[in-house]
Design a protein around this ligand. Structure first.
Ligand SMILES: C[S@@+](CC[C@H](N)C(=O)[O-])C[C@H]1O[C@@H](n2cnc3c(N)ncnc32)[C@H](O)[C@@H]1O
Length: 197
């Protein structure tokens, strides 16, 4: 069963934080491709929402350069501690909190990645609304999973047709909020790119 309650989610990920990236050693190029789709440029302010150990933060830092800003944000303190242990605080500012209420000023970010996040949220629409609030007009949001929707839902014991990431469901959700669907790839990996209206 997927983890849905925030406290349950924190408990679930706390015990998996140490060595998290070692569990998925071949995923780095897949994450890198997803970040490329966000078209991050020098000077941008970018966010990894639900960053876990922050595996994409070094790439984001290279793309934004010294004049840009990179933020990693996650609800599980142990994930952020593991990110620090891996030196990710050299590339990004790291915060612990709930994506449904992040506290950043409105229109802060040029690009946001949320990898492996949405199916864990009790109310994905609240999070997508908060992500819209803190995004600049035209900002890109990437919703990414390094495996297929079917494989992910199989792992969680979810029905792939009723999951929040099922194409008709995520499209309806995004377009009910100030997001425009730019692309949706629902294959061996899953990547939605949305643009802030
Ligand atoms: C499957 S992991 C993905 C981590 C990382 N993005 C990656 O792909 O390696 C999901 C992450 O979402 C975080 N998370 C779950 N609910 C959250 C919430 N409400 N706010 C912020 N982070 C949350 C968890 O702590 C966990 O680190």
């Amino acid at each position: 069963m997927p983890v849905r309650d925030l406290a349950e989610s924190q408990e679930f990920f706390a015990s998996r934080a140490f060595g998290w990236e070692d569990r998925f050693p071949d995923d780095d190029p897949l994450f890198a491709s997803a970040v490329d789709e966000l078209r991050v440029a020098a000077g941008h302010v970018v966010l990894d929402a639900g960053c876990g150990t922050g595996r994409v933060l070094p790439q984001m830092r290279r793309l934004v350069g010294p004049s840009g800003k990179v933020v990693g944000f996650d609800a599980t303190p142990e994930m952020i501690a593991e990110a620090r242990r891996l030196g990710r605080d050299n590339d990004a500012s790291l915060f612990v909190g709930d994506v449904a209420n992040m506290g950043f000023p409105a229109a802060t970010f040029d690009a946001i990645l949320a990898a492996g996040l949405l199916p864990h949220l009790p109310d994905p629409s609240m999070a997508l609304l908060e992500l819209a609030r803190i995004s600049k007009p035209g900002a890109r949001l990437g919703l990414f999973h390094p495996i297929s929707r079917q494989a992910l839902c199989g792992r969680h014991g979810d029905d792939p047709d009723t999951s929040v990431i099922a194409p008709p469901i995520i499209e309806a959700l995004l377009t009910s909020l100030p997001w425009e669907l730019e692309s949706l790839h629902d294959g061996d990996q899953y990547l939605v790119i949305a643009r802030r209206l």
